[in-house]
Design a protein around this ligand. Structure first.
Ligand code: FAD
Length: 139
């Protein structure tokens, strides 16, 4: 079994409503617990950025489901790599509070200081998410 970390970004679809986020998180937490997947989800009202970590076949199957989910679009894979250990073992899927996506943090990883996950390199995306993890409480 290979431990994998996958990071992608996406944009909300036109039909997306704020209440969809609650449903997404609830189903993600349940399914991820069953598949031993852990991770973090950022959402600023427009872009999603998500990290999934776990067994390779479980990650691939879950990402395939996420790819075909009509609640978001324009998915781009930012990083896919084997890892020695998990970074988000406490979270079946932790939601990063919107306020944590602050200008000082964004400035470290983007040219504009805005939350622009599509412009992040694989390394920036991984570091950005780890910085958020270190700043957030267990949800
Ligand atoms: P079913 O529940 O049988 O649904 C069938 C189809 O309808 C699927 O294509 C599904 O995407 C879609 N669907 C389901 N519910 C709704 C709804 N309320 N409104 C519109 N369409 C719907 N799943 C995980 O397991 N782990 C995750 O970490 C995870 N993260 C996600 C992050 C984001 C940003 C999004 C948008 C979705 C995420 N999901 C996650 C949900 C995932 O995309 C699937 O909806 C879920 O895994 C159920 O898939 P299923 O094939 O069992 O579909």
């Amino acid at each position: 079994m290979s431990l994998i970390q996958l990071i992608y970004t996406s944009t909300v679809s036109e039909t997306f409503e704020e209440k969809d986020l609650t449903a997404i998180l609830a189903s993600a937490k349940k399914a991820n617990a069953e598949a031993n997947i852990t991770g973090l989800l950022c959402f600023d009202g427009n872009f999603f950025m998500q990290c999934l970590e776990g067994d390779r076949s479980q990650i691939n199957a879950t990402y395939a489901k996420i790819l075909s989910d009509k609640r978001h679009q324009a998915l781009e894979l930012l990083a896919y790599s084997t890892i020695d250990k998990r970074s988000y073992s406490q979270w079946e899927m932790g939601l990063v509070p919107k306020a944590a996506l602050s200008r000082p943090l964004n400035l470290l990883y983007t040219a504009s200081g805005l939350f622009e996950p599509y412009s992040m390199s694989a390394a920036s995306a991984a570091q950005f998410l780890r910085a958020l993890r270190n700043a957030m409480p267990l949800l």
